[in-house]
Every structure is written in C-alpha cells, then in structure tokens.
Design a protein around this ligand. Structure first.
Ligand code: CMX
Ligand code: CO
Length: 146
C-alpha cells in the first residue's frame, strides 16, 4: 500500500546552487547527500515533514554526474524542473507487482538501491499520464548525516 509522498525529484544543473535556493528561500535543511553511481546522479535530500506511516517526505535535488544518465538526458530536453514523484510503501516488491498486473510498465525486474539505502523502482511515465513515478521502501531507520 502506498502511504506517503516519499519525495519529489527535482533535476538541476548545479546541486550547490539549487540547495542554496531551497535552504535560503524556504529554510529547509539538507538531511542527507550522496552519489548514486548506478542512477548517474548526485543528490541532496531535504526533509520537509514526517508522515503518519512512520516515514517522511523529502525534496530530492538531483544533478547528473554523467552525460548519458537519465537525468542529463531529461535536463537537455526540458531544462530544470520536477523530474519525478515518489510514493512510499512498506513493501515495494508487492506494490510493484500489483501495479504491473494492472498493465503499467515497471522499469526494473527487481528494485534497486535508492537514497539512504532505500529500495526503489520506477513506473513508465507514458503509462502514468506523463508522470515518472517511483516507488520507495525506506531502509529501516534513515538518519541524518550531519
Ligand atoms: N517525466 C515525464 N516524462 C518523461 C520523463 C520524465 N521524467 N522522462 C522521459 N519522459 C518521456 C519523454 O518526454 C518521452 O516522451 P515523448 O516520446 O512523448 O517525447 C518519453 O518519455 C521517452 O523519453 P526519452 O527521453 O526517450 O527517455 P528514455 O525512454 O530513454 O527514458 C525513462 C525514460 C523513464 C525510461 C528513464 O528516464 C528512466 O529509466 N527513469 C528511471 C530512472 C531515473 O529516472 N533515475 C534518476 C532518479 C534517481 C532517483 O530518484 O533516486
Ligand atoms: Co527519486
């Protein structure tokens, strides 16, 4: 069951400048940063609020680290902006399988590793009314790295 908005993924050209905008304009704080080589991004997670399912909602700011990454390709075509939304679930495997049964393309056969050790998969935007949609199961207890 999908129980929260886990994050909104925002693609940017310059992670430091974009983090600076979100921290200085809104007062949000960087909760975590990491490089995800497989996804071809470096990212900052800004925690917005905790959620009733025991998780939290974040902004995920994404800068590509390779020209051939999906985010670099998207930025070249669209410029900066909202790249995807992510719903949180306690069981990404079960939810992905159930959604696949409804005829939506699930991009990975098995969930991969996302932010803070989470397990993630994606639904094809063309099957989701134009929205690239991620499903996330958090690692047991994500903790701030500062
Ligand atoms: N949102 C909405 N539509 C999108 C999209 C997005 N983020 N990315 C691509 N599309 C659309 C394109 O506009 C295009 O539509 P048209 O044919 O009408 O022009 C179509 O989908 C195909 O796009 P493409 O540019 O040819 O891109 P690809 O098919 O090569 O890749 C996708 C699209 C979704 C398969 C790829 O982006 C993907 O695998 N995404 C999942 C992984 C990912 O995004 N990782 C980065 C984030 C990591 C994280 O969140 O942790
Ligand atoms: Co994401």
């Amino acid at each position: 069951m999908l129980t929260r908005i886990d994050h909104i993924g925002i693609a940017c050209h310059d992670l430091e400048k974009t983090v600076d905008f979100y921290t200085s304009t809104y007062g949000f704080e960087v909760f975590h940063t990491e490089v995800n080589e497989e996804q071809g991004v470096r990212e900052a997670m800004l925690k917005i609020n905790e959620t009733s399912d025991g998780g939290a909602s974040y902004l995920q700011l994404l800068e590509p680290i390779r020209e051939d990454s999906t985010v670099a390709k998207w930025l070249a075509k669209n410029g900066e902006g909202v790249h995807h939304i992510a719903f949180g679930t306690a069981d990404v495997d079960a939810d992905a399988a159930a959604i696949k049964d409804k005829g939506v393309r699930v991009l990975y056969d098995e969930p991969r590793i996302g932010s803070m050790g989470s397990r993630i998969t994606f639904l094809h935007p063309k099957d989701c009314h134009g929205v690239l949609t991620e499903l996330v199961t958090s690692a047991a207890e994500p903790s701030a790295d500062h």
